[in-house]
Design a protein around this ligand. Structure first.
Ligand code: HEM
Length: 349
């Protein structure tokens, strides 16, 4: 298996080479504040390298995710989004996993954008297996990161002969606030410029933002995220967002009524909804992106070019996606001063 980020393809052409150059330079400029948490730092194989756990920590998480996928093929999408929403608010510290309590009735998971986040049970299962193997050793934040890694490998990167090294050594945080999540999580009504700014605030380049948006090649959106584009788009005579392909808009209307059942969903990528591939971009360039924020990336002059490159070359995108995911997984890590290893992922010790 090949490591993401360690391979350079000779056949991606000049635009691809130029884009790789831009990505490498911008990554080098932006990776400055990460990797400082448990004593010993964030490294691949943290627990084994530091003699903390003889068991195969990564393998235990992988087999938990694999088992969960067998009974529910939508699990990887839930776990991938879980990492994004965990890391975006308070950094990658398992803050999204905290359940409400009397003293903290509104933790992150009760925030509006998090009400549709899934995968908590899979994290619990992995945690319980790891507590058996090595009690009070492996952080919940690391389990979230490893589970996201497995989700992308098992659904697509491995098809391309890629694998992905996910460093570990994160600590779990004490703070979890719905108000913070509501104000910081990104809206599906954002313009490309707003997305670029919001990702820049967290240290990501515009290309990384475009690359990470490709996560929407798996999983679903609830109809209420889309109906505004299908029935009452401002200024449109028939109510349909004119940037949507009309045939695709009609397909979405067939799935989402004007007042949909709150639990009804549509696939973000109707072609291969369970596979990490560049169909998100291929759909996008043909006006078939489900979320308005995704369409924005394909419509905006500044983000179009990079999106087109990703639609042309699956392997090129997947390699960048792996790197960007690791970057995402290292946001604002907790230190021993403000972090711990939780025994139960749903509550601070
Ligand atoms: C660029 C800004 C982003 C916006 C505005 C956005 C917004 C959304 C929205 C509204 C949904 C539908 C949720 C639902 O109705 O259930 C969704 C789903 C999803 N998002 Fe994003 N997202 C963004 C970036 C990301 C990133 C960076 C990742 C991961 C790296 C990600 C992973 C996912 C996944 C996998 C799903 C499907 C979840 C499922 O099936 O349960 N998103 N996103």
């Amino acid at each position: 298996m090949e490591r993401v980020g360690r391979r350079f393809r000779s056949c991606i052409g000049l635009p691809g080479i130029a884009a790789v150059f831009v990505v490498l330079v911008s990554s080098a400029l932006q990776w400055h504040h990460v990797y400082a948490q448990q004593p010993g730092g964030l490294v691949v194989g943290y627990y084994q390298n530091n003699g903390l756990c003889d068991a195969d920590v990564e393998g235990i998480v992988t087999s938990t995710v694999q088992q969960a996928m067998q009974s529910d093929s939508t699990v990887p999408a839930g776990l991938l989004r879980l990492l994004f929403h965990d890391c975006w608010v308070e950094g990658c510290d398992g803050s999204i996993l905290i359940d409400p309590t009397a003293s903290n009735p509104n933790p992150e998971k009760t925030a509006n954008p998090n009400l549709t986040v899934r995968g908590y049970d899979v994290i619990d299962q992995a945690k319980s297996a790891l507590e058996q193997a090595c009690p009070q050793t492996v952080s919940c934040a690391d389990i979230v990161a490893l589970a996201a890694r497995d989700s992308v490998i098992l659904t697509g990167l491995s098809n391309q002969g890629l694998t992905l090294d996910m460093p570990t050594g994160r600590l779990d945080g004490f703070v979890s606030s719905a108000a913070e999540a509501n104000s910081q999580l990104v809206s599906s009504q954002s313009t490309a410029e707003q997305l670029t700014q919001q990702f820049a605030q967290q240290g990501f380049s515009q290309d990384e933002m475009i690359t990470l948006s490709g996560a929407h090649t798996i999983g679903v959106a609830h109809c209420n995220e889309v109906t505004g584009r299908l029935y009452n788009f401002p200024g449109s005579p028939n109510g349909v967002d004119p940037t949507l392909d009309p045939i695709y808009a009609a397909q979405l209307q067939a799935q989402c009524s004007p007042n949909p059942d709150p639990s009804t969903t549509v696939d973000l990528d109707p072609i291969t909804p369970f596979v990490m591939d560049n169909n998100y971009y291929r759909n996008g360039v043909t006006n078939r992106a489900v979320l308005a924020s995704d369409t924005a990336i394909f419509e905006d002059f500044q983000t179009q070019f990079a999106s087109n490159l990703n639609s042309d070359d699956d392997l090129f995108w997947e390699q960048k996606f792996g790197d960007a995911l690791v970057h995402l997984s290292t946001l604002n890590l907790k230190s021993v001063n403000d972090g711990e290893v939780r025994t139960n992922c749903r509550m601070v010790n």
